[in-house]
Structures are given as C-alpha cells and as structure tokens.
Design a binder for this molecule. Structure first.
Ligand code: NAD
Length: 461
C-alpha cells in the first residue's frame, strides 16, 4: 500500500513507543494530562478565536461546550487515575482456596480517534484524555470541516504532549479511508451513522474493537406542566435546541412532541424566549453559531423548500447566505413522511408534532431508530417510569436538555443506530482498556479427584 499520507511511518513510531512501555507508567499518563491542561491554559484566547471564526461560537458557548468540558475531564482524570489504574481485588469461593483473583486494566495499544467538526476540540481531546489515561498511544484525525481547528491541534499538540506517542493527521475522507486500511487496537469514531458503518466494516477485517459515537433524531416529550415550571422548561429547551452550535449537535433536540391542546401556548412561549436569547433579525442574530459551510446551509434550506413543509413554518424561516446563518425556525406538524421528519436535522429547525394524548409519544419514538438522547419534560413519576421501561435511547434526561453530556458519572454513548460503546470519566478509561482477569493459585492443597484417571468413585465424589 502506498504511504501517501505518512501513515505507515507514524504508526510504526507509535507502535515502537507503545512497545517501549513508557505509556504504561502513571507518570507518563499524568504528564500528558497536565500537558492538555497547559495547552488549553496557554492558548485559551486562540481557541476562542478559532471557534468564533470557524463556527461563529460565542466565547461563553466555546468555554461551556469545549474548553471547560476538556478542562473538567482532564482534571477529573488526574484526580482519579491512580484509582482507575489500581487492580480490583475480590473474594473467591472456597472451592478455589488457596488462591487470589484480581482484574488488571491494561492499555489496548495503538488507538485511532476520528472526530467530527461541531465540537472540534471536545470531540478529539475528550476521547484522547481517556486513551492516554488508559496508557495507549494515539493517532488523532480531526474533521476537515473545521480545518483551522484541526491545524491548531496538528501544530500545537506535539509541543505539549509526547510526540512519539500522540500524533495528529489532518485531512478528509481520503485520509480517513487510508487510515482504516491499517490495523489498530481500537477505533473510536464520532460522526454520522453512514460513515460509522464504513468504519465498522473496515475494523471487522482486523477484528478491531470500535466505539461508534453517532447521531440520530433526539426527541423532546413535552407534558403538561404548571406555569412556573413551564417557563423554566422553555428556557432549557430554547438553550438546548439553538445554544450548542446552532442545533448542529448530536444530542441536540431534533423534534418535539406535545398534546394538540398545548401546542399554541408552547409555540408562543418558545417565540418569546427565542427573541430574548437570539433576536429576530437573521442578519444580526446574537449568541448563536453559524452553519458550518454552504453544503450544510443548502441541505437545511432544502429541508424547508418542500412546499408541504414550508407551509408549516410558524416562526422564523429566514436565511442569510452571506453569513451562513439561519433564523431559529419552528414548524408545526410537518408531514411525517417529509425528509425533515426522517433525516437527522442537525441545524436550527424545530418541528413540533402534535398528539391527542402525550402517552402516544412512546409509540411515536419507538417507530423511529433509537435516538442518542431522549428528553422528557414531565412531573409524572408514572410517565417517567413508562418512558424508561418502554423506550430505548443512549440516555434519558428528565426536565432539562444537553446537561447529561457534562456529567462524568454518566456513560455517554448511543444504542442501535445512534452507536455503541460509551465514554466520559471512568467510562472513558474503561473504553480504552482491556480488563485482564488474573487468577493466582497456590501449590498447596491439591484436589486429586480433578485429575484422571477417571473412576466411578471420582464420579460419585
Ligand atoms: P461524518 O461522518 O461525515 O464525518 C466524521 C468523520 O469521519 C470526519 O473526521 C470525516 O473526515 C470522516 N469521514 C467522512 N467520510 C468518511 C469515509 N467515507 N470514510 C472514513 N471516514 C470518513 O460526520 P460529521 O459531518 O463530521 O458529523 C455529523 C454527524 O456526526 C451527525 O450525524 C452527528 O449526530 C454525529 N455526531 C455524533 C456525536 C456523538 O458524540 N455521538 C458528536 C458529534 C457529531
């Protein structure tokens, strides 16, 4: 195979480094984690500038969704790594006496991490924190759709982290396809379901384990709420839908389900808060990111161009091609067979689907592929129980949106078409480790009946 992108050379060096054993030491792992913290501290303004210029993110949004998230993860890993690395001992049944057992986490080896563009630092650095905490060498492939963020990582990471153990390769699907030809000990992929299938097929050739962090259509169930709770809920929904990267988020709200009789109040309240948070002039929107590029801008515009869908716009619907911004847009009851109700929207358009009874939302959600996140605003414990028992999704969040992403104590990952595997906090460490079972037996107390020759007496014993 032609080594067009220098992949072979890089992987050979990464393999040599892993073999040397350096990455297995706790000192090396802690030095790398501190390196990530130093990188962020010394380049914070550059990171803000890059995210602003490349995706139009406000620095507060960038801190909340990227810089702060990575800092928190690295701090948490530094605090917990000794405990994570320690073998887990336990009791054995008397039958095995005298013996001991333990489970020892060991690094997998050489890991490939492929990232998406919508959180170009978080989606590369957060899995990296897990991979180095677990003692692996790593090759990172950020998304080509945020090229300046990718170049920043390629240029800066070698200055802060061990360049013989952690490398970055820039490029798009061509580079990715080449990378997937090689044998890895683990592939961690964040991106679309379509490319996830390509990654998994390539990994299968080498029996490489994969974690697939994919997307899908994340619903919100909106039950009846007392007025004061409803006002809080609306703010959380508006922030969750349009806040992180203008709806270009894997766990962003895709559509809402509400009882018909509550739809008009819901829409009026959403409009008020949207205007307050983002303004209503598409040429001068505040606090909202832009669409990543013209291709995605046109994809979103096409979703609304279907006349049957355009008729359903009850708020927004304006586009500014010069700035690649789209006004927060609400649609009421678009046809269920329209593309907008069958493709992941990944943008600032919000369809609201009305139902006669909110309990029908369970069947509605079950008629679609399993989502990465499910949100439900309800005060009914019985309804919460039904949602948990009768639907399947990567996560369920009651009465808030997006917040589950920053909770290190919860696993983050999908199920079904939204992916599989999980990370964050200790789950990241586990994702990049093999749990080796160790059984240590003494030479005393040999039970002869366990050995041949077999006899009737031994059978009865
Ligand atoms: P994508 O699948 O197009 O690209 C993701 C990565 O795969 C990029 O690095 C890209 O270069 C690479 N790639 C593209 N085509 C490839 C190919 N043919 N072979 C190998 N690699 C290829 O996805 P995207 O546009 O970056 O992101 C949008 C999707 O990602 C959405 O579906 C979204 O829901 C999902 N996503 C999921 C998460 C999560 O944590 N679960 C986070 C962000 C985005």
């Amino acid at each position: 195979m032609e080594d067009k992108y220098g992949i072979l050379k890089s992987t050979e060096e990464l393999r040599r480094t892993f073999k040397s054993g350096v990455t297995r030491t706790v000192e090396w792992r802690k030095t790398q984690l501190r390196g990530i913290l130093k990188l962020i501290k010394e380049n914070e303004q550059t990171l803000f500038d890059l995210l602003q210029s490349e995706l139009g993110k406000h620095p507060i949004e960038s801190y909340r969704d990227e810089i702060g998230v990575v800092k928190k993860s690295a701090d948490n890993a530094l605090r917990c790594i000794d405990q994570w690395m320690s073998p887990k001992k336990g009791w054995l049944p008397l039958l095995f006496f005298p013996a001991s057992k333990k489970v020892v986490p060991e690094p997998l080896g050489l890991v490939l991490i492929i990232g998406s563009w919508n959180f170009p630092f978080t989606l590369i650095l957060d899995p990296l924190i897990g991979a180095i905490s677990a003692g692996n060498t790593v090759l990172l492939k950020p998304s080509e759709l945020a090229p300046n963020c990718a170049s920043f990582l390629a240029n800066k990471l070698p200055l802060y982290l061990d360049p013989k153990a952690i490398k970055v390769i820039e490029g798009g699907s061509g580079v990715s396809s080449q990378l997937l030809e090689y044998k890895w000990d683990k592939i961690f992929f964040t991106g679309s379901t379509k490319v996830g299938k390509i990654v998994m097929a390539a990994a299968a050739k080498h029996l490489t384990p994969v974690t697939l962090e994919l997307g899908g259509k994340c619903p919100v169930i909106f039950d009846s709420l007392p007025n004061s709770d409803m006002k809080v809920a609306i703010k959380r929904i508006v922030s969750g839908k349009w806040g992180p990267c203008a709806g270009q988020a894997c766990i962003g709200i895709d559509y809402m389900l509400v009882e018909q009789k509550r739809a008009s109040t819901l829409i009026e309240e959403l409009k008020k808060i949207i205007k307050r948070f983002y303004g209503d002039d598409v040429k001068n929107l505040k606090n909202i990111a832009r669409i990543v590029n013209k291709v995605h801008f046109d994809r979103l515009r096409n979703l609304l161009e279907d006349p049957a869908v355009a008729n359903c716009i009850v708020y927004g619907g304006s586009f500014d091609e010069t700035n690649l911004t789209i006004e927060p847009t609400i649609l009421l009851d678009p046809p269920l067979d329209a593309e907008i109700m069958n493709e992941e929207i990944f943008g600032p358009l919000l369809p609201i689907i009305t139902l006669d009874n909110i309990e029908e939302s369970i069947d509605f959600i079950n008629s679609k592929p399993k989502p990465l996140a499910l949100y439900a605003f309800t005060k009914s414990d019985d309804f919460k129980k039904r949602i948990l028992a009768e639907t399947s999704s990567g996560s369920v969040t009651f009465n808030d949106t997006m917040i589950q992403f920053v909770c290190d104590g919860l696993p983050f990952g999908g199920v079904g078409e939204s992916g599989f595997g999980r990370y964050h906090g200790k789950y990241s460490f586990d994702t990049f480790s093999h749990e080796k079972a160790v059984f240590d037996r003494s030479f005393y107390l040999e039970l002869e009946p366990r050995h041949p020759p077999w006899s009737k007496f031994k059978l009865e014993f």
